[in-house]
Ligand binder design. Structure first.
Ligand SMILES: Cc1cc2nc3c(=O)[nH]c(=O)nc-3n(C[C@H](O)[C@H](O)[C@H](O)COP(=O)(O)OP(=O)(O)OC[C@H]3O[C@@H](n4cnc5c(N)ncnc54)[C@H](O)[C@@H]3O)c2cc1C
Length: 482
């Protein structure tokens, strides 16, 4: 039997359900990746995300080749390309791992219907999450909208039947030979219309597994505290690997729980808190899958929330300052510059910059969501949308609308010495620590000593946080009491 494995966001060999099933069923297996031209042209993603994806594919092509499988690629409209490829190689069966984004669900449905009409067997698998939306429901059978309830159900299901890990390809019984086409050359990032970016997070399955081991051997044991400190390497930085499936989330959960069983002096609370983050990831995946309207608007009505600032010159000025990291709030600026320079931003700072955009600048969250998608190396519709809706109080289980992060207090608390700020806002490098969080308070003499003139080398705050906060709350109150 001839099988095609359509790879999408599962660019790995280990614990890869579609690939494992194809290798078990078929005499000949051809892995296929399709570069989605309309999506690439839409510019929803940026160069760092595309560079990461291409690098993962290069590594995957290599590791597949070592096992006798030749990665094939096509470029164009995904549906048309998959259908014609299956016909070209005369496949009897196609395998893929399911994707939960609304557009992907529609695409997959169309491919499935067309192939089944041609007599091709379609086998799809759960992979991107531990539990799919349908597997975790409330007592009424509805999707759970509160994270705490979702999390409780998730653990109950895990303890009832922890999902097994699939054997790695090395453990598979037979070597498979795919379509014979030696030494394929994948398109470059530039061929795809993007620019190769030096990656701040190394791509690929090998690196994902290495980083997971490194994280589980050290930082995870201080995660509760470490995850809030942007100046240290205290989190896993596995988000782009989960995004492109170079690491299976089941592998990560099993490995993290495994550290509890080794007898080493690990902190149970730290490990479980890290797994909680993976459950947040799944929570947002199931929200997107159960409520696809969130992809194009708020989950719930915006009643009681202040209307965003209207478009115009002031909007343009404030939004540009936020994007460029020129707001005059050092923590916000460090975060935005980290994003622009590396394609990644620390989660604590993501929360601060999101709150700042929505509440201090009163710019609609969708603009922030779009900008993040275009810059992030881990750009993921479900996680990004879920977190922006959380920050804007329009999501299923959100931060309350009246809670507004104080960028100054966040900065003092989570980057007390200003190490992170100095790294990404070099013009503040010589500012004394007692002024680093609010450099506009420096005297002229202090500015001269620090080599940083406020208003010239570094901007004055573009808004006054206290005033912006009061305005936001007052506008919200007017709507509620009207
Ligand atoms: C405004 C905003 C936008 C975001 N956009 C994205 C995005 O596009 N893609 C993305 O993967 N994450 C996004 N996040 C979530 C989070 O910031 C990143 O997942 C995390 O910073 C990645 O770093 P890490 O791998 O070191 O995480 P760790 O702290 O090591 O966490 C482990 C994993 O859990 C998941 N995770 C952690 N925090 C969250 C969270 N809040 N929501 C969902 N999953 C989480 C990630 O897959 C992460 O790799 C966003 C958060 C905010 C506040």
């Amino acid at each position: 039997m001839r099988g095609v494995v359509w790879l999408r966001r599962d660019l790995r060999l280990q614990d890869q359900p579609a690939l494992a099933a194809a290798c078990a069923d078929c005499d000949e297996v051809t892995p296929l990746f399709v570069f989605d031209d309309p999506l690439l042209r839409s510019r929803q993603f940026g160069s760092s995300c595309v560079t990461f994806m291409v690098s993962c594919l290069v590594e995957l092509a290599d590791t597949l080749a070592q096992r006798g499988l030749s990665l094939q690629w096509r470029r164009g409209n995904q549906i048309e390309e998959v259908l014609s490829f299956v016909e070209d190689v005369k496949a009897d069966v196609i395998y893929w791992n399911r994707d939960y984004e609304p557009a992907s669900i529609q695409r997959d449905r169309k491919v499935q219907q067309a192939l089944m009409a041609r007599g091709v067997v379609v086998r799809t698998f759960k992979d991107h999450v531990v539990f799919e939306a349908e597997e975790i429901r409330g007592s009424t059978g509805d999707p759970l909208q509160r994270y705490s309830a979702y999390r409780a159900r998730w653990w109950t299901k895990w303890h009832a039947a922890p999902p097994p890990l699939l054997p790695s390809p090395a453990g598979l019984q037979k070597q498979r030979t795919g379509t014979s086409s030696p030494g394929i050359t994948l398109p470059t990032v530039e061929d795809l219309g993007y620019q190769t970016i030096p990656l701040s997070i190394k791509p690929g399955e090998k690196e994902a597994l290495r980083r997971l081991r490194w994280f589980l051997d050290g930082p995870i044991h201080h995660y509760v505290e470490g995850r809030n400190l942007p100046a240290i390497d205290g989190t896993s930085k596995l988000s782009p690997q989960f995004r492109f499936g170079t690491l299976s989330v089941r592998t990560a959960v099993h490995a993290a729980l495994g550290t509890l069983a080794t007898g080493s002096p690990v902190s149970r609370r730290d490990v479980l808190t890290w797994i909680d983050e993976l459950i947040w990831r799944e929570f947002f995946q199931q929200i997107l899958s159960a409520f696809p309207h969130v992809a194009s608007g708020p989950f719930k009505s915006k009643d009681g929330l202040p209307r965003p600032r209207p478009a115009g010159a002031e909007w343009n000025r404030l939004y540009a300052a936020w994007c460029e990291g020129q707001t005059g709030y050092p923590l916000v600026d460090a975060g935005m510059r980290q994003l622009n320079q590396t394609g990644w931003m620390h989660n604590r700072v993501r929360m601060v910059v999101a709150s700042f955009l929505i509440k201090d600048l009163r710019i609609e969250w969708q603009s922030g969501e779009r900008y993040f998608m275009q810059q992030l190396i881990d750009a993921d519709l479900a996680a990004n949308n879920g977190n922006w809706q959380w920050a804007s109080a329009t999501g299923t289980d959100s931060m309350p609308g009246y809670r507004i992060f104080n960028p100054l207090l966040q900065s003092r608390k989570f980057d007390p010495e200003g190490v992170y700020i100095r790294q990404y806002v070099p013009e503040l490098a010589a500012v004394p620590t007692d002024r680093i969080h609010a450099p506009q308070l420096m005297t002229l003499n202090e500015q001269a000593l620090a080599g940083c003139r406020i208003g010239k080398d570094y901007p004055l705050p573009i808004v006054d946080h206290r005033q912006a906060r009061e305005e936001y709350l007052a506008l919200g109150k007017q709507l509620v009491t009207r």
